[in-house]
Design a binder for this molecule. Structure first.
Ligand SMILES: Nc1ncnc2c1ncn2[C@@H]1O[C@H](COP(=O)(O)OP(=O)(O)OP(=O)(O)O)[C@@H](O)[C@H]1O
Ligand SMILES: [Mg+2]
Length: 244
């Protein structure tokens, strides 16, 4: 059985259907890329899986259990961590405190203070931020804020990580570094990853499989090379003239 099974997932906002009958599975241990152009429904799918939005229809099964419409905290406690596309750290707390808070609430408070600090230091180390990070979040650039976001998700000790990375705004070296980090998180921590991204290049070298979305619908599932060779995928990314 797959670790996560999404079937017939639909999310409507009023009369607008952002996600339409989306089905895919995530196998334990893989890195799955969930890609598609801006507005194709990637973050909305994450928000449904993570409990921020109740799905309009469909089922989401994690490790054999239906989790659709559970609250975000319960889903986190079941072992699904997520990052947000737009990082919103607690600006009046230090980096270390931000991550320690995630460690505390990610374990539903069933963890000692000293373990929270240890988990926070470990998560900051994993993403390459200073582990004695007592400074605040002011002045952090886009790349560092994304690392902090990842550290906060890791501190909840997920078995499945939903990474809404959006590498937009990072330079090439920073993108490569972010990809390498996800690869290392899978390798060293054994965490299964779904990586949402609309920039294809760097993602394609890291993921095992991709699910491609367009206007809220799945248009392809397969190996990265299948997506790179697919006319419809090329068309939605580059426009119809690219395949003419
Ligand atoms: N809370 C909401 N209310 C109304 N419409 C929404 C809401 N959230 C998302 N949408 C709409 O749903 C569609 C899908 O948005 P979503 O954020 O999932 O796209 P995305 O694939 O993550 O895009 P991007 O690559 O820009 O992050 C968009 O048209 C968006 O405007
Ligand atoms: Mg998004």
């Amino acid at each position: 059985m797959a670790m996560l099974g999404v079937s017939g997932l639909t999310k409507r906002f009023g009369g607008f259907t952002a996600v339409k009958e989306v089905s895919f599975a995530v196998e334990e241990g893989e890195i799955l890329g969930l890609i598609g152009p801006n507005g194709s429904g990637k973050s909305t799918i994450f928000n449904c899986i993570a409990g921020l939005y109740p799905p309009t229809a469909g089922s989401i099964v994690f490790e054999g259990e239906e989790i659709a419409s559970l609250s975000p905290n319960r889903i986190c406690h079941k072992g699904i961590g997520r990052t947000f596309q737009i990082p919103r750290p607690f600006r009046n707390l230090s980096l270390l405190e931000n991550v320690a808070l995630s460690a505390f609430f990610g374990q539903a408070g069933n963890v000692s203070r000293s373990d929270c600090w240890r988990l926070a230091e470990e998560a900051l180390g994993m993403v390459g931020l200073p582990t004695d990070a007592l400074g605040g979040t002011d002045g952090l650039g886009a790349a560092a804020l994304k690392k902090l976001e990842l550290a906060r998700a890791l501190a909840t000790q997920p078995r499945l990580l939903l990474a809404d990375e959006s590498l937009n705004g990072l330079d090439h070296a920073e993108m490569e570094q972010a990809a390498e980090m996800l690869r290392r998180i899978r390798q060293e921590k054994g965490i299964t990853i779904v990586w949402v991204e609309h920039i294809m290049g760097v993602l394609m070298r890291v993921v095992d499989r991709v699910v491609v979305l367009d206007h809220g619908e799945v248009i392809l599932q397969g190996k990265p090379r299948d997506a790179q060779a697919d006319r419809q995928v090329i068309e939605v990314y580059l426009g119809p003239e690219a395949v003419a």
